[in-house]
Ligand binder design. Structure first.
Ligand code: GDP
Ligand code: MG
Length: 411
């Protein structure tokens, strides 16, 4: 089984189980029923989830076509609007452009404050604003609850998809069950905070380059052109909210979308375009690394919300985009097939699916002040710890009260 259940050694002796030597050994299989019985009998268990690639090499799990159920915008002051005002339109660039990504970094750049931890707040505001029309189900106490197993950011799911292949950065995901739905919100790791606070100037500038590329390729309206003379403000965002299902997990998540194609007959999310920049590819080694590392992240991020195309701008060392290329998300797995020992979409999706099952099984209590903190470091198993009324609690009072209060939002 992919799940290791590490019993307290005292407890193991007490139960007199003649367990095989499977402590810390994910290769040995437990019968699933036996596993479930054990977890019920032993509430003090500690459990971990393996992140080894080979455990997840099985058939691709069911992943239902993502459906956009709404969207929202964050303006220049990072204020929330339950509408599409920040949507931008894709304007195909020249195949060999000359976009200077460094332009405006000093004098036309307004950066979002990364010290402000927004957690799930924008999604929660969207849920409250739309609870009257959102899919919900009756519960025994005749109140209503959301008909979703999980609510999270797309970016958190992307991290889960790439976990079996990640060798550098771990993660912390806080999970809380409220009204039967599990909310998952990332917590910045100590390592990530230290890296962020000590970011070299060159890296800070390169982070700007990605946004600047968007400005060269996006127009604010259907009939306008991109305006590279304007200000880049990273507070602004347009986010899609999608509903889908991964195996037996009903998901609601939101992700930031860069732009859409102008053609009004293409409905979301098929109309969306993800914009990326990457270093120019000059050698076979660079191409191989691009396939093995970059395309994994790009694929995971766009596949989740059903965004079909990625437009890449390849930049030289001085931050000038010298070529562009469109990647169809549906063709990415074919592109990487010739790479030796490359990543596999099925491993990504099966790991994510098993992680969500692990979370579902682990969270027994429906309590908005209780956080199960799942943590992972490269080359380790996923573990978790419990935190009641702690710094990790992330569901705000206004959300709890707004969801518990009047059942309809029509007043
Ligand atoms: P992504 O897939 O990693 O880009 O993340 P999402 O699309 O799920 O975005 C989730 C929210 O987080 C959006 O409101 C983004 O504007 C915001 N966001 C994206 N990247 C970052 C980041 O690096 N730091 C912070 N603090 N917020 C981010
Ligand atoms: Mg982008």
């Amino acid at each position: 089984s992919r799940y290791h259940d590490h019993h307290h050694s005292a407890h193991r002796r007490e139960r007199g189980h003649s367990r095989r030597n499977n402590y810390d050994d994910g290769h040995l299989t437990h019968h699933r029923d036996q596993f479930d019985v054990k977890t019920e009998q032993n509430p003090l268990r500690t459990q971990t989830l393996s992140t080894r690639k080979d455990f997840y090499e099985r058939d691709f799990p069911l992943y239902r076509q993502p459906v956009e159920v709404g969207s929202f915008s964050l303006d220049a002051q990072r204020r929330f609007f339950n509408d599409r005002r920040q949507m931008r339109y894709y304007v195909e660039p020249d195949k060999n452009p000359n976009f200077d990504l460094k332009d405006g970094y000093r004098d036309r750049y307004i950066k979002r404050d990364e010290n402000v931890k927004e957690k799930l707040d924008h999604i929660l505001r969207w849920i409250l604003a739309n609870k009257g029309t959102l899919k919900s189900k009756e519960t025994t106490d005749s109140s209503r609850s959301l008909d979703f197993d999980f609510v999270t950011w797309r970016g958190h799911l992307t991290k889960l998809l790439t976990t079996p292949y990640e060798t550098r950065e771990g993660w912390l995901l806080a999970a809380t069950k409220f009204n039967g739905t599990i909310y998952i919100s990332e917590v910045e790791t100590e390592a990530a905070r230290i890296e962020r606070e000590n970011r070299p100037e060159r890296n800070k500038e390169m982070m700007y380059w990605g946004y600047k590329f968007e400005q060269y390729t996006c127009a604010d309206t259907v009939d306008s052109l991109p305006d590279p003379s304007g200000v880049v403000n990273t507070n602004e965002a347009f986010c899609t909210v999608v509903q889908t299902r991964l195996a037996d997990h009903k998901l609601l998540f939101s992700g930031e979308v860069d732009c859409r194609v102008k053609d009004p007959s293409t409905p979301p999310p098929a109309c969306y375009v993800e914009l990326k920049t990457s270093p120019e590819i000059c050698t076979p080694k660079q191409r191989s690394n691009f396939h093995r590392f970059k395309l994994l992240k790009w694929w995971a991020q766009s596949f989740l919300p059903g965004v079909p195309r990625i437009v890449a701008g390849f930049k030289d060392h001085d931050g000038v985009v010298v070529s562009t290329e469109t990647f169809l998300v549906s063709k990415v797995s074919q592109l990487i097939k010739n790479e030796f020992n490359c990543w596999k979409p099925t491993v990504c999706m099966n790991f994510c699916c098993d992680f969500l099952s692990f979370v579902k099984r682990t969270i027994a209590e429906n309590d908005h002040s209780l956080v199960y903190l799942f943590s992972w470091e490269p080359y380790r198993d996923v573990t978790y710890s419990l935190h009641r009324d702690s710094q990790y609690s992330f569901l705000p009072r206004w959300f709890i009260e707004g969801m518990s209060g009047s059942q309809d939002s029509h007043h």
